[in-house]
Design a binder for this molecule. Sequence first.
Ligand code: J2J
Length: 538
Amino acid sequence: MTREEIPTWPQSFIDYYIEQGCWEGETFGDILSRLNNLYQEKIAVKDHTSALSYRALDERVHQLASGLLYLGIQPQDRVIIQLPNSIAFVEIIFALFRIGALPVFTLPAHRWSELSYIAEKSEAVAYVVPDQYDGFGYLPLARTINKNIESIQNVIVVGEEAEFTNYHSLFMETQPMPAVSADSVAFLQLSGGSTGLPKLIPRTHNDYIYSLKKSNEICQMTTASIYLAVLPAAHNFTLSSPGILGTLLAGGKVILSPSGSPEVAFPLMEKERVTITGLVPHLALLWLDAAPRRSFDFSSLEVMQVGGAKFGSEAAKRVTPTFNCTLQQVFGMAEGLVNYTRLDDPAEVIIHTQGRPMSEYDEILVVNANDEPVGVNQPGELLTRGPYTIRGYYKAQEHNKKAFTENGFYRTGDIVCVDEHGYITVTGREKDQINRGGEKIAAEEVENHLIAHEQIFDAAIVSMPDAFLGEKSCAYMISKSEEMDDSELRTYLRDRGMAVYKIPDRFIWVNEFPQSGVGKTSKKDLREAIKEFYNTNL
Ligand code: J2J
């Protein structure tokens, strides 16, 4: 694949990051063998059905990688992973890393609309699903994908496989593995997106492993660390900040929880003596609310990380008194840059800021609309580049021209202020996206689905404030003829195969949209209107 299709760093930066010791030339496959040598029978991962030691994980991954090769999966092939938090998730991604094939991460909530796009864009050769999860049967979806997406040759099912390949049948006698280069792309991660459809993020072994090492340093991960994964495993936060992969790299133990609800997570925390976990703000609110009413022993918990969306200072203040642990705010992005408050930062910093970049090689610019730097404590768009921030999305040449500056800075679309000590506060957003409790919704993607309806003339999706989720989504619409009711609209969007979390929380019909000076729909005015509506009606 060409440099345009998978953008990478200019050679001078590659040399620099290697020289500075950021990129050490190790692959995920190498790391797993090394971890096996170091930690052997120590438990690496545990889910609600079983546990695996470092040795067993390494051996099973080798057997599974052999089975995947036997099935015809080649180095560089793309394989869509849509699995819940389970040992199978960890095994399959390491098996793909080992043969140099690329997991393409999706969320269990994704449906036909997202999956068909991702499968086509990545020309994936295989699709890995559970038979069911969270009340949804994946086999009909798998059949539709298998039938309609030409590149898909295999569907691998964890559970009852029907006409497809059973995951457990892929553990075979071990074969020699192909050589994998540390500067090659290890996987494709999903962006939250702000335009029509999600973009694919190519992360290399070198850059991602560096981000894990830095995360481990800052989060003080050791062999005694026990990480509880409650958010979807494929999310970049859960996977790498320090998450599942960081914990394994440190020789710690990963506990995979099928859910983040207090009913499921609290007993697990107590039983497994969890030391660190990562939550989105509304889950933290749920936990803060539930903890005083339950008599669980949280004494093992050292760090509660909160990130993915802005964590309000009032809630942040309650974490340490309630859980007797350190709060860590995490402001990260699948494209790269991750900011953390440090564990020994003063309470004021931990409560009021979203931390600072994890690496001394992260470059940060805060700019105005003309890309000119603004001063300290002044709001502006955050631009960044560094040893683990991508230089472009996968096969997105046109979009990359807008999403990156000419000298390779990623335009995050986040409005931030940076103080004199380099600490960042997120104050707003430039990108056309709704952050619904950490789940990102690209407005244009939903608008396109709505406009595809014969009765809808135009649609504009904006965020509206929500006490629990931070933001919810609201669809303003202009009809061509008759206005449809909410349930009709919801059914229509669900039938289009859109993930349920993207369905607008509120639908409002209007005769026209407010216009900005240049004749574009003014989303700013729509956001104000919905805020006003709530202020006067509730
Ligand atoms: C405000 N906005 C935030 C925060 C992310 C660690 C943690 C989170 C992510 C993630 C991640 C925020 N306050 N604390 O990948 O490794 C919003 C910003 C950002 C976007 C990225 C990680 N933490 N955000 O959330 O790719 O708008 O990554 O640009 O899903 O989430 O979303 P995503």
